[in-house]
Design a protein around this ligand. Structure first.
Ligand SMILES: C[S@@+](CC[C@H](N)C(=O)[O-])C[C@H]1O[C@@H](n2cnc3c(N)ncnc32)[C@H](O)[C@@H]1O
Length: 458
């Protein structure tokens, strides 16, 4: 691997006698990790069920190293069922640090493709409000897909420049994650293209953007709330340097100790002439642990006046026909009315939305809430998101396949399957974990697995 010369020089100055050990990691393969999605399965049960060779990651209870030469978990049907998320082990540390709780209001400001959003959602146990914002339209597609696959019901997906959110959400969030866009020095091994884009200048402009994002986020946090700032770069300018600039003009914020930091090295404010308080932040180094590398800081906003409360906004209303076809679908398909609303309709798509949410008028909204499905003129087509968020006990008709069943792969390819089941929407599951919808009629299970997710097994 040919590292940029200026980068190597910079790291030699910083790391001194550790430089050889650090540089030798570029001769090694990236570490591979997956994180069990506790919205669907516990880590203990996953250890029994998943056919992979897994070793626990010390800083994340749901995290495991896997052997890339032996196993390909990203291609397994349990991945399509959302039982886990493939994630760099060190990238699991920012959410462990932020540690959100059920019922809180949480903002993930730079969210795509959703590794940390799905981790936040699991910690929130499906309760509270999770706002996932991602400025790139292209990257939001992967974010939405990952949220759906993981069965996340309490997320709203926005596509805004952070500064456009500030006034809308002043003092609204209990916790904020800024997993900032960065020069990606910790990605060189996994994604060599990051290396092509790297220059001293790119680290400077990344630092300015990071400060802008922090400035936009600060007013959105409640007094007493916590904010995690993380990057996957080693550059002090983008880590301790940016935070020092931010803290210099925000006395209402102070760094707090990162929990579980015994696995990590302390940050290096001395490398950036930054405040000593930043020794409480941490660095994850690829030559010190199995992971690509990360920087993580936890900041707390001083408790005090709550500030102006945001008035709840109004969502576009739902007309009678849409409600009626949805109610009919619920009565015919679900064992209880699990999603009582409030609802909104975007086009003919029905969403369950959080109560008391600030107005979204004028914002780029990809998902105003939990996507239930499409209300057509005389019937309701349930969404893939709904299928993946249910349990078999909540549905009247279920067909379950063994993970190796050939019929399951035909379903994933988009084929209809013979069926002697009762007529109607049917939840298709693998080992009782939902994977999509089918609809039984005329002795066939018609295939409703989304076209864009179908497996090409040719
Ligand atoms: C490090 S990545 C986020 C990774 C994500 N948190 C995860 O764990 O899957 C940073 C994200 O910030 C987004 N971004 C780029 N410019 C931005 C800006 N000006 N404001 C906010 N986000 C930006 C990028 O598109 C990118 O998706």
């Amino acid at each position: 691997m040919r590292l940029p010369e200026d980068y190597v020089k910079q790291m030699e100055i910083l790391l001194k006698e550790e430089i050889d050990s650090f540089l030798s990691t570029y001769q090694e393969e990236p570490s591979r990790g997956l994180r069990i999605n506790s919205l669907k399965i516990s880590a203990d049960e996953a250890m029994d069920r998943l056919p992979f060779d897994l070793t626990p990651i010390p800083w994340c209870k749901e995290g495991f190293f896997y052997d890339h030469h032996r196993d390909r978990p990203g291609k397994h049907v349990f991945h399509a069922a959302g039982l886990y998320y493939i994630q760099d082990p060190s990238a699991m540390s920012p959410v462990e640090t932020l540690d959100p709780r059920p019922e809180e209001r949480v903002l993930d400001l730079c969210a795509a493709p959703g590794g940390k959003t799905t981790q936040l959602a699991a910690k929130m146990e499906g309760r509270g409000v999770l706002v996932a914002n991602e400025i790139s339209r292209e990257r939001r597609k992967a974010l939405v897909e990952n949220l759906e696959r993981c069965g996340v019901k309490n997320a709203i997906v926005l596509g805004e420049h952070p500064a456009h959110l500030t006034a809308r959400f002043t003092g609204w969030f209990d916790r904020i994650l800024i997993d900032a866009p960065c020069s990606g020095e910790g990605m060189f091994r996994k994604d060599p293209e990051t290396m092509e884009r790297w220059s001293i200048r790119s680290t400077e402009s990344a630092a300015d953007l990071q400060l802008e994002i922090l400035e936009a986020a600060a007013p959105m946090l409640k007094p007493g709330g916590r904010l995690t700032y993380s990057t996957c770069t080693f550059n002090p300018r983008e880590n301790e340097g940016v935070l020092d600039r931010f803290l210099g003009s925000h006395p209402e914020f102070h760094p707090v100790e990162v929990p579980g930091s015994t696995h990590f090295r302390a940050a290096r404010p001395d490398w950036a002439g930054a405040t000593e308080a930043l020794y409480k932040a941490v660095r994850l180094w690829p030559h010190c642990l199995r992971g690509e590398g990360h920087f993580v800081a936890l900041l707390e906003k001083t408790a005090g006046e709550e500030g102006t409360r945001q008035k709840p906004g109004k969502f576009p209303p739902v007309h009678g026909d849409a409600k009626q076809v949805y109610r009919q679908f619920v009565a015919e398909t679900l064992s209880t009315d699990l999603f009582p609303g409030p609802f909104t309709l975007y086009g003919d798509h029905l969403y369950q939305v959080p109560a008391d949410f600030p107005s979204m008028r004028g914002l780029v909204v990809d998902r105003p809430g939990f996507h239930l499905g499409q209300a057509k003129r005389n019937h309701f087509a349930p969404s893939h998101a709904l299928a993946l968020a249910l349990t078999p006990e909540q549905v009247k008709r279920v067909v379950s396949f063994h993970p190796d069943d050939e019929a399951l792969f035909r379903y994933l390819r988009g084929e209809a399957l013979p069926s002697d089941g009762d007529k109607g929407w049917t939840l298709v599951t693998v080992d009782r974990f939902p994977i999509g919808w089918g609809k039984v009629s005329g002795g066939l299970l018609k295939n409703h697995y989304p076209k864009w997710l179908r497996w090409d097994l040719a």
